[in-house]
Design a protein. Structure first.
Length: 307
């Protein structure tokens, strides 16, 4: 066994409890927690600049790279010009980098949670909201959903008012956003016009491709097409309870009944088809989604007491 390297971590974490209202029969409590961590891989074993932590499917991996945050998603990226435009060939399809790139860390920028609890006489009601900001996730489900034609985007209506599954000659197909160009050996981009002639200024893509070709390129094109921001806001739990006064329960004390719902809603997703929390593993394969059952809402009843 050897020490593979060293990582520096700097962060902040706090827990704050507030009681904005407290009167005779009513109390409102707020519990707020926040955690932020910034890390960097300082060094790896001698002669190694990148350590593969996990192999994902379809040319994506999770790596530790010197000088970068831990857990980098690594795969092919779009080709960009100096102005940040995505570059497409004269065939209307995205170009991809010839070597794999860091596509972002799977680790979030920060996490937070807010719990509001209201108590009125014997009743109590609480709501828990969880927030995650930042981080990246590669979605195998999205890639295959587009490739196989299962997702609604594969039957969208294009700017011509036609279904993208219709033939390009009939006004169907997909027009992707980008400018014409070619990637040179030194990594620079040469602008092209629609006919493939070199030009000095970017020319916006006007070439439609078939819906089938566009869908297939989510498998064979830039891996970055299937990488999304892992941010979310979740309504993690709602709970309503009532504690029966001891004078009514005889030898049974603190008899409390409550109903709850969990995983009730999610907002702020970069991709509406996936839950950013659901990855293939809780180990080093974090940040790669696919093959899991969909996230579920759950409801239940609790009964607690003391004798």
């Amino acid at each position: 066994m050897i020490n593979a390297g060293s990582i520096s971590n700097k962060g902040i974490e706090f827990l704050l409890t507030l009681t904005p209202v407290k009167v005779k029969d009513f109390t409102w409590d707020i519990l707020l927690n926040f955690a932020k961590n910034t890390n960097k891989v300082e060094e790896l074993i001698e002669g190694v600049e990148s350590l593969r932590l996990a192999n994902g499917p379809f040319n994506i991996s999770v790596e530790a790279r010197v000088g970068e945050a831990y857990g980098q998603l690594v795969g092919t990226d779009f080709v960009y010009d100096a102005k940040g435009n995505k570059v497409v060939g004269t065939n209307g399809r995205y170009l991809k980098t010839t070597v794999v790139q860091s596509l972002g860390s799977v680790l979030p920028d920060w996490n937070a949670g807010i719990t509001n609890t209201f108590k009125f006489k014997g009743f109590d009601f609480s709501a828990l909201i969880d927030i995650q900001h930042g981080g990246k996730i590669f979605s195998t489900s999205y890639m295959w959903g587009i490739y196989s034609g299962m997702l609604e985007e594969t039957a969208a209506i294009n700017a011509n008012g036609k279904n993208i599954r219709d033939a390009v000659a009939d006004g169907g197909g997909v027009l992707i956003d980008g400018v014409y160009g070619k990637l040179n050996a030194d990594g620079s981009v040469t602008y092209l016009d629609k006919d493939g002639n070199p030009v000095d200024s970017p020319v916006k893509n006007e070439t439609y491709i078939s819906g089938v070709r566009w869908a297939a390129d989510h498998y064979s094109g830039p891996a970055a097409q299937n990488v999304f921001d892992a941010s979310y806001v979740k309504l993690r739990e709602l709970r309503l309870g009532y504690t029966i006064p001891n004078r009514y329960t005889g030898p049974i004390q603190n008899l409390r009944i409550s109903i709850y719902g969990r995983n009730l809603a999610i907002w702020g997703r970069d991709n509406k088809h996936i839950d950013p929390e659901y990855t293939t593993s809780s180990g080093n394969t974090q940040g790669i989604e696919g093959g899991q059952l969909p996230s579920l809402r759950s409801f239940g009843i609790n009964l607690t007491c003391n004798f």
